[in-house]
Unconditional design. Sequence first.
Length: 302
Amino acid sequence: MPCWQRCKSRLINSHWTYRDWPSDGIYHFGNFEGCFVDVPVFHIDAFTGGQFAGNPAAVLLLERYPLDSILQAIAEEHNLSETAFLVPDKGDYHIRWFTPTTEVPLCGHATLASAAAVLENIQPGRRAVVFQSASGPLSVGRSRHGYVMDFPARVSTTVAVPDGLAEALGVAPVEVLADRFNYLVLLQDARSVRSLAPDIAGILRLDRSGVIVTAAGDQNFDIVSRYFAPAKGIPEDPVTGGAHCALTPYWAGRLGKSELRAFQASRRGGELHCRLNGDRVELEGQCAIYLVGRAKIDMSSL
């Protein structure tokens, strides 16, 4: 089958169709000819006020979702902790998130980055946006600290220390909790969190996809944390919104306050303002846009 027929078939079979597919079977743009799709792409550092800190995410705006294998290949090509894919949906957007190795049900920093892409570039001047997702509707609006997201809280329950966890971390936990996604591990102090050098292979052998380590904060922060998720292809995530959906209700109960200033102590580092509101968590932070461009994707190669 010729290249253009393979490409057209793949687009149609994945529900990604173009009303004006050219009669010669060649999709044209710029100096390229062949099975290409041209889409906007953004590279944005989330949970930071400046470039080269926080957590970088790629954001692509699509007309419709292609096959999952194509989305996964694009995320692997970007090789960032998350790539977000947006599709217009009734005046707002549907969102999906992929690490370099798998799709995930929720991602905070790539949602924050997606909001920055929409509110500053795609629809500049807009005040808020709602993303429909596998975790339900996620609203993001402008705020005095940048943007504020409304996410579902994740309640963790106390569990016995699982086999291999202390050995993987190289330190004895003060307390261990779990939800269906992660272990949440309380350490003695912020210095223990900051200096932790875990055995990533040991964390990979655990029966959760990630491990959050945390302690009471230092340097004017209420809490400090780090997040390790090798099962998702992320040895250490620079800044993790989803982890703070679990950290916020945990520390709100422990500290007796519903608003927290949080720092994720990865090499890049990132700051979040967290608020517990019933069964929801508001996560507030800034974004720094690094790159705005076009991705020219060769559909025939996938």
